[in-house]
Design a protein around this ligand. Sequence first.
Ligand code: NAD
Length: 244
Amino acid sequence: MELQNKNVLITGSARGIGLAIAHKFASVGANVILNGLSGISDDILAEFAGYSGKVVAVIGDVSKAADAQRIVEEAVTALGSVDVLVNNAGITRDKLMLKMTEEDFEQVLKVNLTGTFNMTQSVLKPMTKARQGAIINLSSVVGLAGNIGQANYAASKAGLIGFSKSVAREVAARNIRVNCIAPGFIESDMTDVLPEKIKEASLALIPMKRFGTPEEVADVALFLAGQEYLTGQVITIDGGFTMQ
Ligand code: NAD
């Protein structure tokens, strides 16, 4: 897919990987729809002033079906279509299983998995009408390999893989592609909060001996959006962490 002038909606894009993905698409001439729980600051909007494409900001909580529908409607009203959806919004509520509450478990599934369901369902109508689209879901290596203290997060990220492959099969004939990115340890606010001991232990297990950057994940998102014969796949980007 040629991405210049295409409309790309990225959930949870006020910071971190989502913001880097928005910059990446904007840098190739795409129009971007930013989404945040409580708005996108003027400073962030100003960062996009130098690109040729448009930037639109839409507030909304992807875990609420009505919000997801409104986010897509506002994007379509502003730009006419959504050609690429990046389901990036995600949270963690890390706890060992014996201490994890049902609320910890359900809240993570509600945002990471149900949020992706809500957004995907909302965007499929306009994409089906356009007979074109790419959906990219942010899974994680934790969804492939599991991780201590992250049973809820791992369940949500593994669930995204089965979800993506199922939807990919359903919509392939309509020229809509669905793929996952499974990043390893990426520098962001989500990982900044981890204790130094955990960071050091993770680093020791990464063959490339460094964490990834949001920009490196954004490169994979751009690649997946552009490749017209690529669907139902999980691309891992983790410095070799999960290689077998
Ligand atoms: P982050 O915490 O920096 O950013 C997540 C963004 O999602 C935030 O802006 C947050 O406000 C937003 N968000 C949270 N709940 C939302 C909701 N209900 N509706 C709309 N927006 C919501 O995290 P990040 O590191 O940039 O991660 C982005 C994605 O990549 C997440 O899905 C995460 O699970 C995944 N991921 C991250 C890493 C990593 O190492 N950082 C690794 C693998 C996967």
